[in-house]
Design a protein around this ligand. Structure first.
Ligand code: SF4
Length: 432
């Protein structure tokens, strides 16, 4: 198979991995220099907030396993191909020199023993780093079941490692991906977390001195969860994500709306991928990571799924009228973050402005506060902001009215049906 055809096939096969959002380009070079193929280049965010474009491909789309939700499962009759180490190195360096990409995202089907697959991925990264002196971003998939020594080696060449947990409960994994082992996936994650911590400690000992050992996966580890392929509810997913952040030190959990790629009686029949559910889970994830919410606060008592009509932060605010109004002149940083319409930047600006001068309500929009939402939950000078300029109404804070007013179902996203009430609500994976 020609290298260009291989690239097309193996970049398309990688597009279901949500670790970075795909944005293929179809630029043509009419008499100019360079041309982009409409495959393979996607964007990802680094830890310091920069957006980097990556060549996102599989080493091979051949796989011995038969996970029901996967486009590369062994039982699908389709063209299969594998790169050689040399081909991938050439492609990466060629794309980098032409300014198409800043890095490589490399995953693979399990075409052989996990040690062999992991070794090939490492070989690509090693050749890029050592022979080609490539300093760009490299994200490698950690292949569950491979030896820890190989993961240790991978972390020396990769900026980020990821082992995909895919399904939120052991029972769903057993049903939809019976050849995968939850224990092996979590084992790989735990080992990466330990190696990362040990590397930081080692390097700290050399602070300010020469001779520090190279960092292990300095951008940390991430994972992906497929949403909607199994009956697991949002409560289970949110609790699992919180445990992955808290106990295994993951930097990011990615949520990928299930896209049916093959018929399988074990899979649900969906009219469209549950994109709104995926969106709400990202919002909930944001609350866990940056807003100081505990997993049990994200959903209300007796709720199994996030609401579709409003975001989870507004839902929390409407469930807790006793918390509001928050006084913009006195509230602490994390109290401000509980106000719908105030984000991390806005809360920081309010705190720093208050140190220097008296805050006026009319200053708030300039600080990035979305007053359309925030005004219902804020007070200033002892007076609720929603009553400024209007006749105070005793029913202004009625949660039912506010819910309708603040509803924001994103356009173009299909609301998914709630998971069955019988879905398993407890955390099944053991982090012991
Ligand atoms: S092991 Fe990975 S590539 Fe293979 S079928 Fe399962 S999800 Fe797909």
């Amino acid at each position: 198979m020609e290298l260009g055809d291989k690239l097309e096939l193996l970049a398309a096969a990688a597009r279901y991995d949500a670790s970075c959002a795909s944005s293929g380009s179809s630029r043509r070079a009419y008499g100019g220099l360079g041309a982009a193929r409409p495959t393979g280049v996607c964007h990802s965010w680094t830890g310091d907030g920069r957006c980097v474009s990556l060549l996102k491909v599989l080493y091979s789309n051949a796989c011995r396993k038969d996970c029901a939700y996967c486009a590369n499962r062994v039982s699908i009759d389709q063209a299969r191909a594998s790169f050689s180490v040399e081909e991938l190195v050439r492609l990466t360096i060629g794309f980098y020199r032409r300014n198409y990409i800043e890095g490589l995202f490399l995953s693979s089907g399990i075409f052989a023993d996990p040690d062999i697959v992991m070794d090939r991925l490492i070989e690509v990264a090693k050749t890029l780093r050592e022979r080609e002196r490539f300093g760009g971003y490299i994200h490698l998939k950690a292949i569950p079941g491979c030896g820890n020594k190989l993961i240790e080696k991978a972390g020396l060449y990769a900026d980020r490692l990821s082992a995909n947990i895919e399904l939120p409960t052991a029972s769903s994994l057993a049903r939809l991906a019976p050849q995968k082992s939850g224990a092996e996936i979590l084992g790989a994650m735990r080992f990466i977390g330990q190696a990362e911590a040990a590397s930081k400690e080692d390097r700290n000992r050399f602070r300010g001195r020469r001779g520090a050992p190279p960092p292990f996966a300095p951008a940390g580890q991430s994972t992906q969860l497929v949403v909607g392929a199994s009956p697991d509810d949002d409560k289970t997913i949110v609790r699992l994500a919180a445990a992955l952040y808290g106990r295994l030190g993951l930097r990011r959990v990615y949520y990928s709306a299930f896209i049916p790629v093959s018929a399988d009686p074990r899979l649900p029949v969906l009219r469209s991928p549950p994109l709104l559910r995926e969106h709400r889970l990202y919002q909930a994830d944001w609350l866990l990571r940056f807003y100081g919410y505990k997993p049990e606060e994200i959903l209300g008592e007796g709720e199994s799924n996030l609401p579709t009509d409003i975001d989870p932060k507004t839902a929390w605010a409407l469930r807790h009228p006793e918390f509001f109004p928050v006084d913009v002149d006195r509230a602490e940083y994390y109290e401000l973050l509980r106000v719908p319409g105030i984000g991390v930047t806005g809360a920081g600006r309010i705190i720093s402005t208050r140190r220097e001068s008296r805050l006026r309500p009319e200053d708030l929009p300039r600080m990035g506060i979305a007053m359309k939402r925030a005004r219902w939950f804020l007070a200033s000078g002892g007076r609720p902001l929603f009553s400024v300029g209007v006749a105070p109404s005793p029913s202004a804070l009625d949660p039912f009215r506010l819910r309708i007013l603040l509803a924001d179902a994103p356009k173009g996203m299909a609301a998914c049906g709630p998971s069955p009430a019988s879905a398993v609500p407890q955390l099944e994976f053991s982090f012991g």
